[in-house]
Design a protein around this ligand. Structure first.
Ligand code: HEM
Ligand SMILES: *[C@@H]1O[C@H](CO)[C@@H](O)[C@H](O)[C@H]1NC(C)=O
Length: 318
């Protein structure tokens, strides 16, 4: 009796766990596109060898896709005369990049397995591989996401945090997606790679913030003066911008966060102790980052017969 009850409980639990994750599975394409993961990995290896920053750009695309109505490839849709999508939203315009790399991977995947693999799944795998290629962790990606036939510029404008966000805003925006404050702090470690434009940190390095390392502020002012140079680039992690490590958290402890929002994670608030822990323990950061990325990747996917498998990531199927 006890056994069958336990069995029933387990069966019910598995069913619920499955429903909650919308039927994604690690072997979703194992018969329909057995070489998928090899194709994505080698295309990313090539792209990252050519330009290491590409791993960062793809990672940011994934975040901006998943935070806006789930991981459904909606950020990849081009605007048309009759459709205004997410690419031209505030957080993405003149900033989101890496679309050509996703297109190139998609063509290779289409050549191997026609009309089978979604753009949303390709972006998820490419992101995982980019992080790992720059020295970060790897993790198992569950697949089966389908692509949206719509996108929402207004949701992109309202759901994504900005570089001036406070800690409480960051915690509540991630909370709205079912991610905890600790998930938010781990995911912010993505800023250990990549570059940012002066317009997003000008205020902080030009006297707008008091909790900044003066030497660091002076360094960044060299290419980000009080006026002009809006799109001048600086590495977000001052120590190792093409290595996926825990240096971002060491930067925060030294008051060398680039964005106001970065430094909010270490400014006398609830995340200070976790930032300190990650600054000392890279393995703990890597493990927590991987777990949080799985959660981010499982945000409201379209599955089953919802959405579609787009043939061209830039436009919905006609
Ligand atoms: C916590 C709130 C966050 C804020 C306010 C924020 C804001 C920004 C801003 C303003 C940029 C610079 C964009 C530009 O200059 O064009 C940036 C870059 C970047 N963000 Fe975030 N971000 C946040 C969280 C995240 C998360 C969760 C991830 C991924 C998991 C991420 C990944 C990246 C990466 C990799 C870059 C560099 C992109 C490149 O070099 O092309 N960010 N972020
Ligand atoms: C400022 O940054 C330097 C490294 O450039 C570091 O040695 C120093 O401890 C930092 N100062 C503070 C107050 O965190």
């Amino acid at each position: 009796m006890a056994f069958s009850n336990r069995f029933l409980a387990l069966a019910l639990f598995s069913l619920l766990a499955c429903a909650a994750n919308g039927q994604l599975s690690a072997n979703f394409y194992s018969t329909t596109c057995p070489n998928l993961q090899t194709i994505v990995r080698s295309a990313m290896a090539q792209a990252v060898a050519k330009e290491p920053r590409m791993a960062a750009s793809i990672l940011r695309l994934f975040f901006h896709d998943c935070f806006v109505n789930g991981c459904d490839g909606s950020i990849l849709l081009d605007d048309t005369p009759t459709f205004i999508g997410e690419k031209s939203a505030g957080p993405n315009a003149n900033s989101a990049r890496g679309f050509d790399v996703i297109d190139a991977i998609k063509s290779q995947v289409e050549a191997a397995c026609k009309a089978t693999v979604s753009c949303a799944d390709i972006l998820t795998l490419a992101t995982r591989d980019g992080v790992n290629l720059l020295g970060g962790p790897t993790w198992t990606v569950r697949l089966g996401r389908r692509d949206a036939r719509t996108a929402s510029q207004s949701a992109a404008n309202s759901n994504l945090p900005g570089p001036a966000s406070s800690l409480s805003t960051l915690i509540s925006m991630f909370g709205d997606k079912g991610l905890s404050a600790s998930d938010m702090t781990a995911l912010s470690g993505a800023h250990t790679i990549g570059q940012a434009q002066c317009q997003f940190f000008r205020g902080r390095v030009n006297g707008g913030d008091t909790n900044i390392n003066a030497t660091f502020a002076a360094l960044r002012r060299q290419s980000c003066p009080p006026t002009g140079g809006n799109s001048n680039l600086a590495p977000i992690d001052v120590q190792s911008p093409i290595k996926f490590d825990n240096a971002y958290y060491q930067d925060l402890v030294d008051r060398r966060g680039l964005f106001h929002s970065d430094q909010e994670l270490f400014n006398g608030g609830s995340q200070d102790s976790l930032v300190r822990l990650y600054s000392r323990n890279g393995a703990k950061f890597a493990a927590d980052f991987a777990k949080a990325m799985v959660k981010l990747g499982n945000l409201s996917p379209l599955t089953g017969t919802n959405g579609e498998v787009r043939l061209n990531c830039r436009k919905v199927n006609s």
